[in-house]
Design a binder for this molecule. Sequence first.
Ligand SMILES: Nc1ncnc2c1ncn2[C@@H]1O[C@H](COP(=O)(O)OP(=O)(O)OP(=O)(O)O)[C@@H](O)[C@H]1O
Ligand SMILES: [Mg+2]
Length: 287
Amino acid sequence: MRESIQKAKVLVEAFPFIKQWSGRTVVVKYGGSTRSGIDELRNTLQDIVLMKFVGMRPVVVHGGGKDITRATEKLGIRSQFVDGLRVTDLPTMKIVEKILGGKINKQLVALIHSLGGRAVGLSGKDGAMLQADRIKSKSGKDIGFVGRVSKVNAAVLNSLNREQFIPVIAPLGIGKDGRTYNVNADEAAGAIAGALKAEKLVFLTDVPGICKRKEDPKSLLSTIKANQVPKLLKTGVISGGMIPKIQACLHALKSGVHKTHIIDGTLPHALLLEIFTPQGVGTEIIP
Ligand SMILES: Nc1ncnc2c1ncn2[C@@H]1O[C@H](COP(=O)(O)OP(=O)(O)OP(=O)(O)O)[C@@H](O)[C@H]1O
Ligand SMILES: [Mg+2]
């Protein structure tokens, strides 16, 4: 009995948050690096299904860098990076599309259905959602079909929302030339959150958040203001895979998103903790 009362208390405590969040959009970027196990993935998707059922509007964007590297290696194609960007020639692009738009995207959709939710998997090419411009590396080198998001057309997301579907988006863009472009998943999530004027943008990754010393989880920075970011970048506190995330957060905040978060996707129910408890988890980046 005591245990049941405790469970009821948890629900009552969550009630103000459920009310506050009803009808609000939350864009969740699911990092490839958090794909450590099917149970963790299931926990995350369970949270997303629950968010949908209590009236929120979750939108999922996923990455998949590691799966792409594995798939190209299998075919004997060596992954090449210039200034942190994957060189994407036509054969590589075909694999990228297969892995991101096919394998990973459909796995997430199928799992959401198995958990009682309703999802539609799509890439940024559908409905010309993510329009992309071809970019060069910082040093001016041609890196193939790598694009930067130039425009987001959210029409397809709005129509899915009307039918209560959870959109699951693979970060592929469509160029003016009609070609497919490899777009950074963090950037795609930030652009989509901005276009939807989302309430929150949440990055699920494999570390507790942004840490002052990368290897030391105890040095977690729980709040970062947008104006502190340039210094954190300059001093190298934020590096590697964290750079596109923080840039996406800044872009989203500038576009009217209220709060952005970088949290540990391997922590069970990290999303629920972030949204339905006053403490929150990880790092929040605020205006
Ligand atoms: N200050 C920092 N605090 C914590 N992690 C940091 C920091 N600076 C850089 N990092 C690195 O950023 C990584 C997270 O980005 P990464 O691109 O690897 O994952 P992801 O974006 O979640 O997954 P994917 O790129 O596959 O979609 C961490 O594992 C860590 O090594
Ligand atoms: Mg990354």
